[in-house]
Design a protein around this ligand. Structure first.
Ligand code: COA
Length: 163
């Protein structure tokens, strides 16, 4: 590989304070994380299919000591907008700042790639996620009534402008 090519390649692994963030390329791994974090998990086949879409981007957070994946983040990359589809931290590792680190990572990535906005939907009852998003600087722009069915509820639409 030439030096020129190396300079222009985007990184696939980012060092964090207590671990690493990597591009998530393994559908089995993503499905396992999803199952630990969500009551209604996505199937492995769904991850395999999603990964074929050009807009699909995923990352996993790995502990430095064990290198085990403890968290994941999936977005739809629409070039002028990052839409968060899924973010989860394994239950026994929650409230340790990993979710915040994933959000900070995405915000920095949006800045680096000159993406002006990040968008997401969150269940009105999911207070932990709402706290994380508000703490990361998101604000509510819309309410989608009756958007969720299991459990039933409204969706808060949140956005963050990247400057
Ligand atoms: C939402 C989620 C990703 C947060 O990850 P996390 O690693 O626990 O979050 P952090 O430790 O980085 O917390 C960041 C901030 O979020 C808020 N927060 C996180 N969990 C919280 C909880 N259970 N209750 C209240 N606030 C919470 C706090 O403001 C926290 O900052 P603080 O600890 O300084 O007060 C995690 O709870 C999770 O995976 N939940 C299940 C899946 C899910 O609901 N995903 C989001 C919908 S797609």
């Amino acid at each position: 590989m030439t030096a020129t090519k190396l300079i222009h390649e985007k990184p696939s692994i980012w060092k964090r304070s207590r671990g690493w963030i990597r591009i998530g390329e393994d559908p089995t791994n993503l499905a396992e994380l999803d199952k630990s974090c969500f009551k209604k998990a996505w199937r492995e086949e769904s991850f395999s299919k999603l990964m074929n879409y050009p807009w699909f981007r995923a990352w996993t957070w790995h502990a430095e000591a064990t290198s085990k994946a403890l968290a994941f983040l999936i977005i739809e990359d629409q070039s002028d907008l990052f839409s968060i589809l899924r973010v989860g931290v394994m239950p026994e590792y929650q409230r340790k700042g990993i979710g915040r680190e994933m959000m900070d990572f995405l915000i920095q990535l949006a800045r680096n790639e000159q993406v002006p906005k990040i968008l997401l939907e969150v269940h009105e009852f999911n207070l932990a996620a709402q706290h994380l998003y508000f703490a990361s600087g998101f604000c509510q722009i819309h309410l989608k009534k009756g958007y969720y069915h299991d459990p039933p509820g409204n969706a808060l639409v949140l956005t963050k402008a990247i400057s």
